[in-house]
Design a protein. Structure first.
Length: 97
């Protein structure tokens, strides 16, 4: 998958499967407006919704979770001049676990 945000990827996968917003919303038990906002990046999906979306869209859960987590990291660090250094330090700390 390309380096795109979570919402864009979800929309492309949904359209590829020929699913309507209302169909996905019904499966996730959320409003159609909410899934639309998730696709537009105006709202964030929660972890449970990401797992359900992966199932509905026939993609690996881990693949979608990595994109979702990446969005969360970018949201926190995108305006931070030291973001890259912080990520490198975090990577070292995570690898030790």
């Amino acid at each position: 998958m390309e380096l795109q945000n979570f919402g864009i990827i979800v929309r492309k996968l949904r359209e590829k499967k020929g699913l309507l917003l209302r169909q996905v919303a019904a499966i996730l038990e959320i409003d159609t407006a909410l899934i639309s906002k998730i696709e537009r990046g105006e709202r964030k999906a929660n972890r449970e919704q990401v797992a359900k979306l992966a199932e509905v869209l026939d993609v690996e859960v881990d693949e979608l979770l990595v994109i979702w987590l990446s969005d969360k990291i970018v949201e926190i660090l995108e305006e931070e001049p030291l973001a890259y250094k912080a990520l490198k330090k975090s990577e070292k700390r995570i690898q030790k676990k």
